[in-house]
Design a protein around this ligand. Structure first.
Ligand SMILES: *Cc1c(COP(=O)(O)O)cnc(C)c1O
Length: 475
């Protein structure tokens, strides 16, 4: 054992030097990627080859190349040709807040282990609640991702709406939630984790434009009730992930009210539109939700993972987990806003609130409006280009920055067209100039883009389509 290693680990001069080098390297990376009109969004490597590279690197790689190799061997989220998944090109300032969090490591489970991030979390969640349209009795928490936030919200919903104390005593009762068939799979997972089973997930079929068909709510509710299921919550997607289509939240809110259901809005992707005067109409009814989820790492330019879970009644946040951990938490029955560990899954969590606060402080709320509004506009622009192109077809006219489309070769059967679009997407990945993804909707294979980079322009879209046309002949 070599104890002097510990001095090396904490050597502040090495940290200073490496830190400056890293900032320079990352700034070069940004300069090289942002606002590019050419170059690759990814240098694709087969998983087995990548694995072999890193095994060898651990043995004999040059440690001075470590950070640059990691950077090079990723998907370049900041490149305008990255139009794939919903993860945002981070605002560079939030990489700095990420570094503060990583170094200071205040775990935040209790106030005294993170005074500033705890108080800041309160400030940030209050801003979001107000923007949603909630009143002074609202409140929220930040947590690690939309998946965990949706599960947390549904646990709160069950606690509030089911009379028995399931958290402590378990239950034999058959419980259920209502959700669109198009909802993110994490809602399914949450329900399964909560023991609702397949029969407890009442799936509402979507309309032809992939939004919850609210005309079926009454009938599906009654069917479930007649089969002995007690429904305690309904979830609206804002928007659903595959197609980016928003459920009609107002109609869901009205239904929830009539049946006294907990109304949860999964706004992981599009909840940020509360900041957009142009697009917030898509969220009409969100102010009537009992809980709302908004991801910071999707439409708000922050590093993964950070998600806001906002409640109409802040008192509900304290009910979710009533398990006692007396060594951590005060007994107080009063609202204990500053000890976030009481209200979140995490015990230790990152100082994630400082990303949100820094964005608000440096750029103001309007930065979220600028980002969301511009990107949703770009989704519309891309859709128009698709529509005008004889070789392409939209799955549905988009409501957001998520656009599903396919290459159309009418000489092929629909089965063969599925194969062709799948092959196109694989060829695009291996080529690397553009990064887009894919999805299957009602048996049809679509290419899928999410416009996430504010510098992706019309010419990029046109170049992408031209490339797809060239690839279509070769695949
Ligand atoms: C991305 C997404 C999620 C999952 O959120 P994570 O932060 O990736 O866990 C849930 N719901 C919707 C609608 C999403 O788009």
């Amino acid at each position: 054992m070599d104890k002097s290693l510990l001095h090396t680990v904490y050597d502040t001069e090495i940290f200073r030097k490496k830190g400056h080098e890293l900032i320079d390297q990352l700034a070069d990376h940004l300069e090289d990627k942002l606002q590019q009109n050419s170059g690759n969004a990814i240098h694709w490597n087969e998983p087995d080859k990548e694995l072999a590279f890193w095994k060898a690197f651990l043995e004999k790689g040059d440690e001075n190349q470590l950070f640059s190799e990691i950077t090079k061997r990723t998907t370049y989220i900041h490149h305008p040709h990255y139009i794939g998944h919903q993860v945002t090109p981070t605002a560079p300032m939030t990489a700095l807040t990420g570094m503060i969090s990583s170094l200071l490591n205040n775990g935040m489970a209790v106030y005294e282990m993170g005074m500033s991030p705890s108080a800041i979390e309160r400030v940030v969640t209050d801003v979001l609640c107000k923007k949603i349209g909630f009143d002074m009795t609202s409140g929220g928490v930040l947590t690690s991702g939309g998946t965990l936030a949706n599960l947390t919200a549904l646990l709160t919903a069950r606690k509030v709406n089911v009379k028995t104390d399931i958290w402590n005593e378990g239950t034999q009762q058959r419980l259920g939630i209502i959700v669109s068939e198009e909802a993110h799979y994490c809602v399914d997972r949450a329900a399964k984790i909560m023991g609702l089973g397949e029969q407890g997930i009442i799936k509402i079929p979507a309309t032809k434009d992939f939004r919850m068909d609210t005309s079926l709510l009454e009938e599906k509710y009654k069917q479930a009730q007649d089969s002995g299921i007690y429904i305690f919550a309904i979830i609206g997607s804002a928007p659903s992930t595959s197609t980016g289509m928003f459920d009609n939240l107002q109609e869901i809110a009205d239904f929830a009210k009539s049946k006294q259901l907990w109304f949860h809005v999964d706004g992981a992707h599009g909840g940020a539109a509360i900041f957009s005067p142009k697009y917030k109409t898509l969220l009409k009814g969100i102010d009537q939700a009992d809980s709302v989820v908004i991801d910071g790492h999707k439409m708000m330019m922050m590093p993964a993972l950070t998600t806001a879970l906002l409640y109409k009644k802040s008192a509900h946040t304290n009910l979710t987990f009533s398990q006692k951990a007396d060594y951590l938490l005060t007994e107080s029955e009063l609202e204990d806003w500053c000890n976030s560990g009481k209200k979140t899954f995490e015990c230790t969590k990152t100082m994630m609130s400082i990303h949100w606060f820094t964005m608000l402080k440096l750029y103001g709320e309007d930065v979220f409006n600028a980002y969301v509004t511009h990107l949703f506009d770009m989704g519309e622009q891309f859709a128009q280009i698709i529509q005008q192109h004889p070789q392409f077809e939209l799955a549905v006219a988009p409501m957001s920055n998520i656009v599903c489309f396919k290459y159309v070769d009418t000489t092929l059967s629909s089965e063969a067209q599925n194969g062709q679009n799948q092959a196109i997407r694989q060829a695009l990945l291996e080529d690397g100039e553009f990064y887009i993804v894919q999805t299957k909707l009602r048996g049809v294979h679509y290419l899928r883009v999410t416009v996430m980079n504010p510098f992706t322009k019309e010419t990029h879209f046109e170049n992408l389509l031209a490339k797809i046309c060239r690839l279509a002949i070769t695949v």
